[in-house]
Design a binder for this molecule. Structure first.
Ligand code: S3P
Length: 453
């Protein structure tokens, strides 16, 4: 959980970044590995699990529900309780800052005959939950408290779920996955239509644990996913690859700082997650996926990135689900590009850890970069490589990605850049600051008067 005191930080223009670095485990895959391990029979051994606040929230909630989850040397070991085998928790389940943890857990709880109170921090408590509850209530989940869309929520699951057919009204892997977790515990077959494809880690990992999951094309770009119910999941070994959403900041740093040449090792390159990299290549970024390989059903590569002049592009709305967490970072790179970058179809950014559309624009304003929001489109007027002013203070609003994005902007700006809180970074990327420091980046804690202590 995010309990640290707020910690402001300032960063100065960096010297050339050279060398190689490995990324911490993918956040989405880490949550799913713990949840499926807890629903499986027997032991699951997870290597590369992300040890960040968000994942520890999933782990702690599963422990409250009776699963055994412990670190075992470099790995994590989960002793599952079998499908629908979790037990009544003694206290409220606290999901901290993590939308993925709470939403996926709702799908798990739906199939259990138990009551639970779900709570989170102030950021999580302002995010919409109705999008997940609507299909789960059709399956048999009950809301027993007053709130129907926001935490705290009081829920009662059922060991008598019904399978459904559901078309996702929003492109959300969290909603899709919550239904899939419930569907594993329902009788018969549940069908989910996603008009726009979203990350497919649940599909891949449920199969890895022995579930029967069908995936077919649907319409021009969508997919139809079928889940065979009353699945008997078997504990197994899971390898969590490095997180491409975390690697985004390191890749961005190398693109921004002249002369940089970095290899970012062991990064997930699942095509439902690589929209950011595709966009950077279109902008002229020198990015190569080397040493492509498979890690327990997910494609992985080393990303070789060299500093490059970038040009503005139009990022189409259909690409949004494959890079939804990377827009703040892309907006920062757009500031260093020549010409305009137009990012379309960003309505989902309004309901992330903060209103990321507004927070990204506010950060660009603080850095002296011209941008505007037109409906769900963000337009950034590039300043050109080496021409970004910087110098402002950015409000992170309990949003780890806003913090990392604007610290990255400061690596090339003429004036130092400051963010109001870096403690929140541990939500997804513990070790981000020391890792960048190892490349020679200098962070300074400003004193209360605004000077550097
Ligand atoms: C996630 C899905 C995305 C993403 C989040 C992780 C997941 O959310 O923003 O960080 O693991 O399924 P939505 O699916 O709600 O867009």
């Amino acid at each position: 959980m995010h309990t640290d005191a707020v910690k402001p930080m300032r960063v100065k223009r960096a010297q050339t970044l050279l060398g190689e670095v490995a990324m911490p485990g993918d956040k989405s895959i880490s949550h799913r590995a713990l949840l499926l391990g807890a629903l499986a029979s027997g032991e699951t051994v997870i290597s590369g699990l992300l040890e960040a606040f968000d994942i520890m929230a999933s782990a702690q909630a599963l422990r409250e529900l009776g699963a055994t989850i412990e670190r075992d040397g470099k790995n994590w070991r989960v002793i599952g309780r079998g499908t629908s085998g979790l037990r009544q928790p003694d206290k409220a389940l606290d999901f901290g800052n993590s939308g993925t943890a709470v939403r996926l857990m709702m799908g798990v709880l739906a199939g259990h005959d138990l009551s639970a109170r779900l709570i989170g921090d102030s950021s999580l408590s302002s995010r919409p939950m109705g999008r997940v509850l609507t299909p789960l209530m059709q399956m048999g989940l009950e809301i027993t408290g007053e709130n129907h869309d926001v935490l705290p929520l009081d829920l009662r699951g059922s060991n008598d779920l019904v399978p459904i057919q559901y078309e996702l009204p929003v492109a959300s892997a969290q909603v899709k996955s919550a239904i899939m977790f419930a569907a594993l515990q329902a009788p018969g077959q549940t069908t989910i239509i996603e008009p726009k494809p979203t990350r497919d880690h649940s599909e891949r990992m449920m199969r890895h644990f022995g579930a029967s999951i069908g995936v077919e094309p649907f319409g021009p770009a969508g997919r139809k996913i079928t889940v065979a119910g009353q699945a008997e999941l078997q504990g197994c070994n899971v390898i969590v690859p490095g997180d491409p959403s975390s690697a985004a900041f390191v890749v961005a740093a190398a693109l921004i700082v002249p002369g940089s040449d970095l290899i970012v090792r062991n990064v997930l390159i699942n095509p439902t997650r690589t929209g950011f990299y595709e966009t950077l290549i279109e902008m002229g970024g020198d990015i190569v996926f080397e040493n492509k390989r498979d890690a327990a059903g997910e494609p992985v590569a080393d990303i070789h990135v060299r500093h490059s002049p970038l040009s503005g592009v139009v990022v189409p709305p259909e690409r949004a689900p494959s890079m939804i967490d990377e827009y703040p970072c892309l907006a920062v790179l757009a500031a260093y590009a020549t010409g305009q970058t137009r990012m379309e179809g960003l309505e989902e950014l309004r309901v992330k850890e903060s209103d990321r559309l507004a927070a990204t624009k506010a950060g660009l304003d603080a850095a002296g970069v011209r941008s505007r929001i037109e409906g769900d489109v963000l337009i950034v007027e590039g300043c050109g490589s080496g021409e970004v002013r910087g110098g402002g203070i950015v409000a992170t609003n309990m949003d780890h990605r806003i913090a990392m994005a604007f610290l990255t902007l400061g690596l090339g700006s003429s004036q130092p850049m400051q963010v109001d809180d870096v403690s929140i970074i541990d939500t997804s990327f513990p070790g981000f600051l020391p890792m960048m420091e190892a490349f020679g980046v200098r962070y300074e804690e400003p004193d209360r008067q605004g000077g550097v202590s």
